[in-house]
Ligand binder design. Sequence first.
Ligand SMILES: [Zn+2]
Length: 346
Amino acid sequence: MNEIFMRRCFQLAVLGEGFVSPNPVVGAVLVHEGRIIGEGWHQRYGQAHAEVNCINSVKPEDRSLISASTLYCSLEPCHHYGKTPPCVNLVLEHKIPKVVISNLDPNPLVAGKSVVKMRSAGVEVVTDVLADEGRWLNRVFFHFIQTGKPWIILKWAQSADGFLSRVGERTAISGPTAQRLVHRWRSQTDAILVGTRTALVDNPRLDNRFWPHGKAPLRIFFDRQGKLPDDACLLDDSQPTWGYTPARQGVFQQTEFKICSEGEPMIQRVLSDLRQAGKSSLLVEGGATTLQTFLEAEAWQEIRIIENPALYLKKGLSAPQLPKHAVLRDSFDVGTDRVKIYTSPG
Ligand SMILES: [Zn+2]
């Protein structure tokens, strides 16, 4: 039973994706004798936590049951005063007798503190229910809290015979459903990055118009010699953008030019800038050279490959070599394409 209700917490948590970063996504469910009487999730950064929304959702006729119910929560209720009061107090105030948790708070300063507080107040606490799935769901948050660095996702689409594109031209590899999925990924990520050649050849918009849910992510591009034309989509100032390029003429509201010196190691520079801006995740969308640079620097935590099993290009620009130590975490079909998700074991 614990697992069924915890999975429901995960389903609710996912609804917050794209809205709560750099907070974790969290879902909570209140169950009385096998019946869900309340549900909630953390909906927006700085707003109420999942537990608060869950308890507030209980109907007036069920409120007397709260003190005889079990609270399921995908993450340990918070212990400290942040933008909202600590949820552990809420559990005690409502005299909830049992709490089931997937993951403890990854912040070493608070991990387990709420569990101790609840247990010493007589609450029965069960931990580590579907803990691996819970950690995967919040992998960006866990990584950012524990290392202070953004979670880096490398993404590319390849033909069945392993090519990214025909030489020098934009080549459609994946279908429209996969494209929607990519836009969903963008809306879930804090920043998206492309290299010089992709910015020039593909003229990408790097927006999330096919998944307009969540915030518009920060766009990052390299153009160190300043070759990008003024009418390039990346210079349209339509959403927050960082260009690693010589400064340009014009009035920009949302676009920031980050001047870099020749020969400066670019990955470290970008990661350090992201870290300072509190951005917890980065989606690297290409092209081949940029992806290869991240791979060679071992600067990645996750790789997402979209493969079109029916497309054979026979020649063209080869897809990057998947590192030997990459571990397949998930694979699924989307439309006519196949998606494979790998992680780094470290
Ligand atoms: Zn809380």
